[in-house]
Write a protein that binds this ligand. Sequence first.
Ligand SMILES: Cc1cc2nc3c(=O)[nH]c(=O)nc-3n(C[C@H](O)[C@H](O)[C@H](O)COP(=O)(O)O)c2cc1C
Length: 358
Amino acid sequence: MAKFRFLNTPFTIKNLALKNRLVMPPMCQYQATDGVPNDWHYVHYVSRAVGGAGLIIVEMTNVAPNGRISPRCLGLWNDEQRDGFKKIVDAVHAQGSKIAIQIAHAGRKALGTDDVVSASANGAYGGGVEADPRWGGYQEPRELSRAEIAQTVQAFQDAVRRAVEAGFDAIELHGAHGYLIHQFHAPKTNLRSDEYGENKFLFGEQVIAAARAVMPPEMPLLVRISAQEYGANGYDLAYGCEIAKHYAAAGADVIDVSGGGDDTPDAAHMPQIAAGYQVYLADAVKKATGLPVIAVGLLDDPAVADYVLGSGAADLVAVGRGLLRDPYWLLNAQYRQTAADAAPVQFVPDSYRRAFGV
Ligand SMILES: Cc1cc2nc3c(=O)[nH]c(=O)nc-3n(C[C@H](O)[C@H](O)[C@H](O)COP(=O)(O)O)c2cc1C
């Protein structure tokens, strides 16, 4: 079994010192009441810290009630929610892991609200995924006024300030998967004729600036983007790199590189789903921005994840569903290596090579 050379190496960005390169990416749990974290979230996140993940990113946590993709999603629009996170943050720290939180607004993909908003009123989200029947279907959004855009930027800032107060080590802004920031920078969902339409990156840049203003300067800001849209008429990777460059200039320290979420996936506009299927996106964004990047997407084979790190395409690897299935993903990967080291002498690589003449 190939030695993992990179997964277990430390990585530092600003004052965030990670013990290894494994990231648990944000994954909605739909278990909150009134946006407040509870015992489920505590067990869920702390068990991944026990399993050794270097960085845990708490799921999409929303800046307003109408920014949730279900009424059971987490929020940070009040102090009770903030205080609920402190216990989780402290327990993750006690295990030697670092913890960030993904701050978001769903925009036109919100469910369970009668006030669905977006950059433009451009029809209900199609998506190809059935909305959960408990929370109603996707609705046509109404266009945010300029005053409401300013209020939304303020809501992002207030949520980030609360996350800092709760003790998080880093902030991630959700600019991916067809949610509000993505809706503003995507030409097919931003049909505005004001300054937010003329400069499609303006809203995201304002959110980044607002976040930075309430973060300690040495705390890293991560921004997750879809570097390529996967639906018909979606933007391409070159445009995704432009988004990343704008957000890097606005203050992002790390780009968390995902894809899609904009619409019903179209085979002609997306990669084939296989191991490491989005690594090429991370590689391109890293080259375009010069910033550290996180790669994600079917990296659950530790050897593949290690290879991606070694190739230089990404600085950190996120393992989502793999960590849902196995909180001890990294520990088990290490255990399998040790077990391989202890294999009978007949199986060691040298004997193998001789036996098969390679
Ligand atoms: C149950 C579930 C919930 C998710 N929720 C979020 C989320 O809150 N925010 C986000 O940016 N991505 C979310 N994702 C996407 C993951 O972060 C990740 O990018 C995706 O699962 C691909 O990685 P994987 O192949 O390692 O699972 C979710 C994925 C799953 C499976």
